[in-house]
Design a binder for this molecule. Structure first.
Ligand SMILES: C[S@@+](CC[C@H](N)C(=O)[O-])C[C@H]1O[C@@H](n2cnc3c(N)ncnc32)[C@H](O)[C@@H]1O
Length: 411
């Protein structure tokens, strides 16, 4: 195997690391790293609802606002600089302006800080959506990796699926690590469990899908919900729907959404100041967050790096960005044998995972979805369409209240 030369490898052993978290959101990275034994020294986040969550959940950690005003001198000495920089410009659902978009361009603030901090952090941890691997023919990734290489960093990234950690949410995210002194492959490529096979479905299986879609895509999840999103094309955060084995079409409770991301119950409660206020802001925050067990896995490996389980293939200019890769100045390798599944934690079936009574999908939402299914060329399971029709029928019957409905549908 090729690799970073030995003189760049100084593995850390079981250490508790100090972390500064930029673009901290509701602290998915932070909570995961804490659970791996590390500690936060500074948080930076300028969104008000997110900041309320951070202030409540991490009361002892200084919280800074706008990253553009954050100076290296504000940051105490840390081992890790972490940041899931804003993905709106990079995500399919967003404006697809690419790395130069005003929001994702904020990653340059991370570059500025990692270069000016004294001492420099040993590790820099990035997180983003996998669409950035494809956007503009891979330009976003080329920009990131070239900049890191030019600054003297060895980098590695891996796309990881949240289901790897047993949570029934199909969510893929790119985790990227860079260092001037350590070998990031010893963290990101030290675990490999192989693609998880979901051959044996439970007798009663729930299916997740996006009721906001239906023409070109569906976000179909078998025994899983599709990625919880921070927004949609129309900018409104919308929970995915679930087709339950009893026929009901529902949307999960926000507390289950938090759990589907690995957060404790009501983690985002401080985001809404009025108990009657709708949960839209909470959905957005949960959808933008990093799944906690993913960050915990990275954290555990940061504390105890292992031997990378990969072979390298030189990645040619213009080639598609693979699921995992690493490199340094003028060198880029695809990491063969690396899947989206570092580990296989015991899988929790979606149906039994849901702990809170879900809401029935509204008549308006269900009807809109059904209309969209008629417009496109997507093919759907007959029994699924039948369940949607039945749901619409039930919801539109004038004398039915929600409890009768529940009973009627599940009977
Ligand atoms: C993708 S989210 C990160 C989510 C976070 N990793 C988590 O687990 O919740 C990006 C975050 O960057 C924040 N952000 C955007 N521009 C910022 C700025 N100029 N200064 C500080 N934070 C900013 C957004 O408010 C958002 O919460």
């Amino acid at each position: 195997m090729g690799g970073a030369s030995q003189d760049t490898i100084f593995p850390l052993q079981g250490q508790s690391l100090k972390v500064a978290g930029l673009f901290a959101g509701i602290g998915g990275i932070e909570l995961g790293l804490h659970r791996a034994g590390h500690q936060s020294e500074l948080l930076c986040e300028f969104d008000e609802p997110a900041s309320r969550v951070l202030a409540h959940q991490f009361p002892d950690v200084p919280l800074f606002g706008d990253v553009r005003e954050l100076k290296a001198s504000h940051i105490p000495p840390v081992d890790v600089l972490a940041g899931g920089f804003p993905c709106q410009d990079l995500s399919q659902a967003g404006l697809t302006k690419g790395i130069s978009g005003s929001k994702s361009g904020l990653v340059s603030e991370m570059f500025r800080l990692m270069e000016t901090m004294k001492p420099k952090p040993r590790w820099v941890l990035f997180e983003n959506v996998p669409f950035m691997l494809q956007l503009e023919g891979g330009r976003a990734m080329a920009h990131l990796t070239q900049t890191l290489g030019d600054l003297g960093y060895t980098w590695a990234y891996r796309v990881v699926d949240t289901r790897s950690f047993g949570l029934p949410q199909r969510r893929q995210r790119v985790v990227m690590l860079a260092s001037k002194t350590e070998d990031p492959r010893t963290v990101l490529f030290a675990d490999e469990a192989g693609e998880r096979q979901f051959k044996d479905l439970p007798r009663k299986t729930a299916y997740g899908f996006y009721w906001t879609e239906g023409v070109r895509g569906l976000g179909w999840g078998i025994n899983a919900i599709p990625t919880i999103k921070g927004g949609s094309t129309v900018g409104i955060p919308s929970p995915p729907a679930i087709w339950l084995p009893d026929g009901r079409i529902v949307t999960p409770d926000i507390r289950d959404a938090e759990r589907l991301q690995g957060f404790p119950l009501n983690w985002t409660r401080p985001a809404v100041d009025d108990a009657k206020k709708r949960n839209g802001p909470r959905w957005k925050l949960v959808g933008n967050a990093v799944s906690v067990p993913l960050a915990r896995w990275v954290g555990r490996r940061l504390a105890r790096p292992g031997a990378p389980m990969t072979r390298n293939h030189k990645l040619l200019d213009g080639a598609r960005w693979p699921v995992a890769a690493w490199g340094r100045k003028h060198e880029t390798y695809a990491a063969a044998d690396i899947s989206l599944w570092p580990v296989h934690h015991k899988y929790k079936d979606l149906l039994t995972f849901l702990a809170y009574e879900p809401d029935l999908l509204s008549l308006r939402a269900a009807s809109g979805f059904r209309n969209r299914t008629r417009k496109g060329t997507l093919r759907f399971r007959e029994d699924f369409l039948h369940a949607i029709d039945r749901h619409i029928e039930m919801m539109s019957s004038e004398d039915s209240d929600t409890s009768t409905l529940r009973h009627a549908i599940s009977a």
